[in-house]
Design a protein around this ligand. Structure first.
Ligand code: C5P
Length: 422
């Protein structure tokens, strides 16, 4: 028995039309937003089946959820098992995506530990489909080390996260913890489902395109054992390369030294210095898309020593630095092989939008992904990112997302760009 056949789908030309979402509504005040989320999804032709936890039913009635989703709401593990053979397993697998909104601190803790105490957590443990969380909780609960530890575990397990945003909370406090708005969740669902197809034989949106990505730091030698470096982890650039490949692009990743595994389905060229990175990028052209996410060292030592430099009891050596080539600028201004779409990154600690827009013009690239890397944001080396996507005339402010989700969403925008050109 297919659990979805009873649905009357709203006809729509949306990219989400015909997709199936299993929405798990957790017990938090933000549960009221789940009604609007269901409505927005239904407008886009998505079939929504809902599971509510016992606590969720204290905030929003199952009758309301059933009315907007136009189907029965599931609340009890035992009812469902009686109703249909292996009901909870089938429920969790018949969807294209599981969305937990609101995801409470308790729900995240249960998921991180693989607990299955009710229908919601059992479905989450039994599923073989991707999972997207929209956390919502008090600011102290969100920033608590236990929640952040659970979040890191869930991201490492491949779970995607949208939000939470900053704002006034029902409890009277202010800060991160507000659930992402329904339309932000819809955008995250769209990005998450972009790489998966309704029809396995359909052509992927970036098939036939060649994408070039730079990622990670560069190391600039001082002598055979010492080098100049920076704190870039390569997480964002590697995730972008993986997302491009997932949407069908033939992808070349030019990677500086990182701890990251090579993404599946991507041609990886490993380099150390900025000059090696530039040479590898030029060798990889022509490309349709270039995404320069690497934190290339601005300077290198003019003359690095051939042998290890020794302390000789006198004054320490002074290093003369010279400027490294600018890879993004070189690709953006390439005379014969400029990719159709060149995207740079701007890591700023103040005036993020203004500095990023100026950088876009200076470098000659098409878009800039700008982020605030002030030390208190935890973005540098962390798993989450909050970016603005800067175009020539406009910009978009994205909610806080995992770096994997930023990559999916960016690549989805890239696919839209090429689709609009056709
Ligand atoms: O100049 P800045 O380092 O702030 O610019 C950041 C953007 O430029 C990033 O996209 C980075 O990958 C790129 N970049 C580059 N080569 C450099 C310096 C930066 O490709 N030498």
């Amino acid at each position: 028995m297919c659990l979805w056949t009873e649905y009357a789908l709203v006809s729509s030309s949306s990219a989400l039309s015909g997709r199936r979402v299993l929405l798990i509504i957790g017990g938090g005040i933000a549960a009221y937003k789940s009604l609007d989320l269901i409505r927005r999804l239904r407008e886009r032709g998505v079939s929504v089946r809902a599971i509510m936890t016992r606590a969720a039913a204290e905030f929003v009635t199952p009758l309301s959820v059933s009315a907007v989703s136009e189907t029965q709401v599931h609340q009890s593990l035992f009812d469902l098992t009686q109703e249909a053979e292996m009901g909870h397993i089938q429920l969790s697998r018949d969807a294209d995506l599981l969305v937990v909104a609101p995801a409470t601190a308790h729900m995240m803790a249960q998921m991180a530990h693989g607990l299955a105490s009710d229908l919601a957590t059992t479905a989450l443990l039994a599923t073989d489909k991707p999972v997207l969380l929209a956390p919502a909780m008090n600011v102290r609960m969100w920033t608590h080390v236990a929640t952040q530890r659970n979040l890191a575990t869930l991201i490492a397990d491949g779970v995607s996260v949208v939000g939470p945003g900053d704002g006034n909370m029902a409890c009277g406090e202010f800060g991160p913890g507000r659930m992402a708005e329904p339309l932000e969740i819809v955008a995250a669902i769209e990005a998450k489902l972009a790489g998966t197809s309704n029809n396995a034989s359909s052509k992927l949106p970036l098939s036939g395109k060649h994408a070039l990505v730079t990622s990670g730091p560069t190391h600039e030698p001082i002598d055979p054992v010492r080098y100049l470096a920076n704190r870039s982890s390569g997480k964002q650039g590697h995730a972008i390369a993986a997302a491009l490949a997932k949407l069908g692009a033939q992808t070349t990743l030019v990677a500086g030294p990182t701890q990251m595994a090579d993404p599946a389905g991507v041609d990886v060229v490993h380099v150390e210095t900025a000059r090696e990175m530039l040479a590898a990028c030029e060798a990889a052209l022509p490309a349709d898309i270039a995404v320069c996410a690497a934190a290339v060292a601005d300077w290198r030592v003019e003359h690095n020593a051939e042998q290890k430099m020794k302390k000789d009891g006198k004054s320490p050596p002074s290093l003369t630095l010279v400027e490294n080539p600018d890879i993004l600028k070189t690709i953006s201004r390439h005379k014969s092989q400029r990719p159709a779409l060149v995207i740079g990154f701007a890591a700023e600690t103040e005036n993020v939008l203004a500095y990023a827009q100026a950088k876009r013009t200076r470098k000659g690239c098409d878009w800039i992904v700008a982020n605030d890397v002030s030390p208190d944001t935890g973005i540098m080396g962390g798993d989450m990112n909050k970016v603005h996507l800067i175009f020539a005339e406009t910009h978009e402010d994205w909610p806080q997302l995992s770096k994997g989700d930023v990559a999916d969403r960016l690549v989805h925008r890239i696919a839209d760009y090429f689709e609009e050109l056709v």
